[in-house]
Design a protein around this ligand. Structure first.
Ligand SMILES: [Zn+2]
Length: 473
């Protein structure tokens, strides 16, 4: 394969190649800092992400756009010397449609509220619907209000994210039940539709979509997210006029399941070709914005992390698989079908999966790694922190790690799983919204993430995950 000239400083390169040739472990601190230096100075994750976002911004599971993106990413991986195949995955397919209107009547005029249908939602009747609104802040409140309080109304879930949480994900999980289960709960008591405050810390006008889950046997009612600004506005209007009526018109719909694919690129290992290290990310994205942070960045980082090591002259001991997983964002019934199919095939073929790394944490400065494995393994990975610039990049290793795409490997084959942890304070500013576009991605933070993943991959492959030396295995 073609190597870029000047990718490695000549002096270090010779020393490193000599060390590798002699079968010794090169100076790992030097290697890791070289990975970071090269990624920052010459990394091409940013360029690749730009192309993805320009060409295939909408990659919703099951859509023709997502399949076109799969074909593109296959050629990208082939250009980088990987042997690529498409693995068939049946995925759900939901269409947003072209109409989404939420209006409120105020003083004889109508005012529009910024809204996005929730993924999986049914549409309204053709002419739309109009009803009074009841504002609530929890599923429990809906249950307590019962049919008398809920029937015939639009239920407006307005519980904000808890700003007091340091970890964005805890705040997110603390409010996400409204989006995921609000329609099912309100539908049970005869509501006609649901509006949900967006899961964002920002007080802006971007609505944030996301998946919902209906309940079997409960009438399916339309559900949409409204922006934080719209939620604050609606709440204010309701406090002045509780009898206020809101109209909703949306033509989204669920369609038949479609054939989609995991895109798998493989590179043969030189010492243990029958052992696999998987590095990947979910490649599907919402049909709004460009899926830049979620998860174009993680996808392109996975590809470039492997390429970066190749370009630095590193020869993988184990076989490496770069996987663009199908179907994470939007689920019906059986969850995360991309990861499921990948792990089931591995089990059937009796493959040995040594480790799996994924990322879905946005293009932000890397801070740590999560590890799902025995305590001794977590400790071993923790000892590698000495190779990193811990003041500015990776500085912790947490117990428990991986992600929905690779946890199935852990369940079925016992594979240790890893994930990249980033500084996620701004993640929800973009998540699942029109604000998730390429121009918001910081090139240096993105390339640092690639470097962190490449370093982890390198260290796992070189050192192994247990004390046992490779020669004895
Ligand atoms: Zn994601």
């Amino acid at each position: 394969m073609k190597r870029r000239s000047g990718a490695v400083p000549a002096a270090w390169c010779l020393a490193c190649l000599f060390a590798l040739a002699a079968g010794a472990v090169a100076d790992d601190r030097e290697m890791v800092s070289e990975i970071f230096r090269t990624a920052l100075a010459e990394g091409r994750t940013h360029q690749l992400l730009r192309e993805l976002c320009l060409r295939y911004p909408h990659r919703l599971s099951g859509s023709p756009e997502s399949e076109a993106a799969n074909r593109w990413v296959k050629t990208v991986m082939e250009e980088r010397g990987l042997e690529v195949r498409l693995q068939e995955v049946m995925v759900p397919y939901w269409e947003r449609g072209d109409t989404m209107v939420v209006e409120v009547a105020v003083d004889g005029r109508t005012e529009a509220l910024s809204a996005l249908a929730l993924g999986g939602s049914v549409g309204t009747p053709v002419g739309g619907l109009e009803a009074p609104v009841i504002e609530v802040d929890s599923l429990e409140q809906v249950e307590a209000l019962g049919e008398t309080g809920i029937e015939g109304r639009i239920v407006f879930f307005n519980r904000a994210l808890d700003q007091g949480r340091v970890r964005h994900f805890e705040a997110y999980m603390g409010a996400a039940d409204q989006r995921v289960s609000g329609a099912a709960m309100a539908g049970r008591f005869g509501a006609v539709a649901v509006l949900v405050r967006s899961l964002s810390f920002l007080d802006d006008d971007y609505p944030h979509t996301g998946g919902l889950r209906y309940e079997e046997g409960v009438r399916q009612i339309p559900a949409a997210a409204i922006s934080v600004r719209a939620a604050n506005r609606l709440s204010l209007l309701l406090s002045a006029s509780p009898q206020l009526r809101v109209s909703i018109l949306m033509n989204c719909r669920q369609r038949e399941d479609q054939v989609s694919h995991n895109v798998i690129g493989e590179l043969k290992g030189s010492v243990h070709p029958d052992e696999y290290i998987t590095i990947g990310a979910h490649f599907d994205a919402w049909d709004v914005g460009e899926g830049a942070q979620d998860n174009g960045s993680g996808s392109m980082q996975s590809i470039e992390a492997v390429y970066l090591l190749q370009e630095l002259g590193y020869e993988f001991r184990r076989s490496v698989r770069v996987v663009m997983f199908a179907n994470e964002e939007y689920l019906v019934g059986q969850p995360f079908r991309g990861g499921q199919v990948y792990a089931e095939e591995a089990l059937k073929k009796g493959e040995k999966h040594y480790a799996a790394i994924e990322t879905d944490a946005g293009a932000f400065t890397p801070r740590g790694f999560g590890v799902e494995g025995p305590p001794a393994m977590v400790e071993r990975v923790r000892s590698w922190l000495e190779y990193f610039d811990t003041d500015n990049t990776v500085h912790y290793v947490a117990e428990g790690g991986g992600g929905p795409e690779i946890w199935v490997l852990n369940e079925l084959l016992g594979t240790p799983t890893f994930d990249l942890r980033t500084d996620t304070q701004r993640y929800l500013d973009f998540h699942h919204s029109d604000n998730d576009t390429f121009d918001k991605v910081n090139r240096r933070e993105l390339e640092l993430g690639t470097a962190a993943m490449a370093s982890l991959l390198y260290l796992i492959d070189t050192h192994g995950l247990t004390e046992q030396p490779d020669a004895e295995r």
